[in-house]
Design a protein around this ligand. Structure first.
Ligand code: SF4
Length: 734
């Protein structure tokens, strides 16, 4: 374990010596200053009067990079927020979104007081109320729901407005456990892959991204680092400077694809076929690491037999690539060792996403690069923090095991379309740290549910989002600069502190303040509802064995500390039934998947549903744009200007077939909804039969609907994963 001071010669105190360090860092990294325009101060450089101090924060917006941030405070006001120059990942500058943290903090549209609905649902008419009235109304509604329908008629909805251990994973769940509310799964993002990898490796421990620079071949598969993980691009470029090859596998030609040594533009949903086709050649041509396979894997003969079903000619046809491209992949991947396979979430959010992750995961084992520095796989690293949440979430407070609803089925749940909610409807919805209208699947069904007059909806929010429009009570939420938390990266290996730099603005409150107070007003006397964030960090987070000698005091002092997990899997011990890497898994059969891996046509595809395909012949993919993180940041003017209006990218052939020209408006539709967007016509960004549109623009800043109204709420193959990208649509000229 190395701390920030030990590894980088940095301590918070040394940084706090003055603006010289900040000035140096800005010069070194060419930062764009994030100045507080609302303060009237265009720049703090040259500020002569007033006390200047620095505050240390962590971006909690659910991003691989988890930037360490430094706030510059003058006369009690934070006037600039920059990246910590000493952190090896943040390296002094946040992304384009993070450049505007201060604009979000002081945004004139922040909700500063509790509000109650004064018009129809969704109409946007509000009346200012006191916190006392808000608490009293909510408590009354909760008690009525419990008395009349049982406690499971209360449902929380939350995802990643903030991903701190305390505010996301802690106090709110104590409250919901205590009242016996419905549980929601947290399955919108990456659980399919997290469930798949342990069948192969025993867990999903990912390598340190700072070792990307040491690889000889970096394969990025279904990821777009340039948009969603910008701080890893420098490590990839370092590897390339050292002579590494870069291979991109993705249906969408994104920026790294244009720089790659090899770009494989797969037909969406065929990733397992491509992976097994590659393995067909590697095995049949004896290109694999025989010693490694013999000593550390199990099921090789079954894999060898299975890949015979995936000859290059068949795979080329399935994946819409050439046999030469498959062979070129094999050549590049097998000749450069060690190699890294970086798997993203794009192909994983499909009906067979978990199975596809498993098929790809065999490659590092075949090449014998598991446990080798600069080799292996990268997915997410939560596995490194396997401690239980029993202290932070207090599941023991629940009266019994409560029902669970998959968060991807929010619309079905509140519209009463799930068997369980037909029988026992959701009567109170409490939404915090989440904005499902632009970001969850099947949005029109969610709106239908939110329009129910007999559903009481509470939204705890920083801004008047699309979801807040449907609330009965809106509660003002604190910005992350205004509360304390601890956050661990889910790609890098850092634990990071985020201090409370300011008092919450107006009457806004953090999750800890809100749910502790609500618990008391419900009459709960459990001592845990008196705990502060500091109490929880000390007693329930940093005391876990995984954090070794990290204490509250040294984390606060150092801002961030790297936890050294060593060279992942270098001991060649795998927590599988055989103790080896399993190409053949008995356990995965119980989950309904092939014991090795296979390609299966998806539910919404030409082979999986020919009748549907005849109506809707285009596979719509909805990845993230560089300017938004899910729906966050869309209300910031600088971001809006950069982002522009939403658009759909379609292939030139599809455009020509439909009489659509670049810049024309078109209708994208399926049985779930319809969206009108401007068309961007391209020969190479996507293949014919594929379209791409960035997700989660707010309805109110667009045409009144979001691309996610088209997204299916079907559940994928492993661990309840979402299926956003298994989405057939038709596109016509508007
Ligand atoms: S969104 Fe990601 S890259 Fe941008 S500031 Fe936050 S953590 Fe950093």
């Amino acid at each position: 374990m190395t701390d920030a001071k030990g590894s980088q010669g940095f301590s918070r105190r040394s940084f706090l010596k003055g603006s010289t360090a900040l000035g140096l860092s800005m010069g070194l990294f060419g930062l764009t200053a994030c100045t507080d325009k609302n303060s009237g101060s265009k720049s703090v450089i040259g500020v002569q009067n007033g006390e200047k101090t620095f505050t240390t924060h962590t971006c909690p917006r659910n991003c691989y990079d988890t930037c360490s941030l430094i706030g510059e405070k003058v006369d009690g006001r934070i006037v600039r927020i920059v990246g910590d120059p000493k952190n090896p990942i943040t390296a002094g500058t946040p992304c384009v979104k993070g450049q505007t943290h201060i604009n979000v903090l002081y945004h004139p549209d922040r909700i500063l007081h509790p509000l109650k609905r004064a018009g129809k649902k969704g109409e946007g008419k509000w009346e200012k109320i006191t916190w006392d009235e808000a608490y009293a109304t909510i408590v009354q509604k909760l008690k009525e729901a419990i008395d009349q329908y049982g406690s499971e008629s209360i449902m929380p909805y939350n995802f990643s407005g903030t991903i701190g251990f305390v505010h996301q994973h802690g106090v709110p769940w104590r409250f919901f456990n205590k009242i016996g509310a419905t549980n929601i799964t947290r399955t919108v993002c990456n659980t399919g892959g997290k469930a798949a990898l342990p069948y192969t490796y025993g867990d999903f421990s990912s390598i340190d991204p700072e070792t990307f620079a040491k690889t000889k071949c970096y394969v990025t598969w279904g990821t777009n680092e340039s948009y969603t993980n910008v701080h890893s691009v420098k490590f990839i470029q370092q590897a390339r400077d050292n002579g590494a090859k870069l291979i991109v596998v993705n249906p969408h030609r994104h920026p790294l694809a244009s720089q790659a040594d090899l770009f494989i533009q797969l037909k969406p949903g065929t990733d397992a076929a491509f992976a097994l086709g590659v393995q067909h050649i590697i095995i049949n041509e004896n290109l694999y690491d025989k010693d490694f396979v013999e000593n550390y894997t199990m099921g090789f003969e079954e894999l060898k037999k299975q890949v015979q079903n995936y000859p290059p000619s068949k795979v080329a046809q399935l994946c819409e690539v050439t046999e030469e491209e498959i062979r070129e992949f094999v050549k590049m991947y097998t000749q450069a060792k060690p190699s890294i396979i970086r798997m993203g979430f794009g192909f994983e959010r499909r009906t067979h996403g978990g199975g596809m992750v498993r098929a790809i995961s065999f490659l590092p084992a075949l090449m014998g690069v598991v446990g080798v520095e600069g080799g292996g796989f990268s997915y997410v690293n939560y596995n490194h923090y396997p401690f239980d949440n029993s202290y932070t979430k207090r599941p023991d407070l629940a009266p019994r095991k409560m029902r669970t609803i998959n968060m991807n089925e929010l619309g079905r749940a509140i519209a009463g379309e799930l068997p369980t909610t037909k029988e026992n409807p959701v009567k109170v919805l409490i939404c915090f740290g989440g904005n499902p209208i632009p970001s969850a699947p099947n949005v029109n069904l969610i709106k239908k549910g939110l329009e129910r007059e007999d559903l009481f909806t509470v939204v705890h929010e920083v801004f008047m989002t699309d979801t807040a429009d449907y609330a009965d009570i809106i509660l003002p939420a604190a910005h992350f600069i205004e509360f304390e938390d601890v956050i661990a990266d889910y790609l890098g290996w850092y634990v990071r502190y985020s201090e409370q730099g300011l008092e919450p603005m107006g009457e806004s409150k953090s999750n800890v303040q809100l749910f502790n107070e609500l618990a008391k007003r419900m009459g709960f006397t459990d001592e845990c509802f008196n705990e502060t964030s500091t109490d929880i960090i000390k007693k329930g987070i940093l005391n876990k064995p995984i954090f070794k000698d990290i204490t509250y005091e040294n984390l606060r002092k150092n801002h961030w500390i790297k936890v050294d997990f060593g060279n992942v899997f270098s001991d060649h011990k795998f927590n599988t039934p055989s103790g080896k890497i399993e190409f053949y898994s008995e356990n995965i059969i119980k989950a309904g998947l092939h014991p090795v891996a296979e390609y299966l046509p998806e539910e919404e595809s030409q082979d999986g549903s020919p009748a549907l395909f005849a109506k809707y012949p285009i596979n719509l993919l909805t990845p993230a744009s560089p300017q938004l993180l899910s729906s966050q940041w869309h209300n910031v003017p600088y971001i809006q200007e950069n982002l522009g209006e939403p658009f759909v990218t379609i292939n030139a052939k599809d455009a020509e077939d439909r009489g659509i020209k670049d810049g024309d408006y078109c209708l994208i539709q399926n049985d779930r909804g319809q969206v009108r967007l401007k068309a961007k016509v391209s020969n190479s960004a996507v293949k014919a039969g594929v379209a791409v549109s960035f997700k989660s623009y707010w309805n109110k800043f667009t045409d009144g609907n979001t691309i996610n109204c088209l997204a299916p709420d079907a559940i994928g193959d492993l661990d309840g994963i979402s299926t956003y990208n298994t989405n057939l649509v038709q596109i016509t000229k508007a």
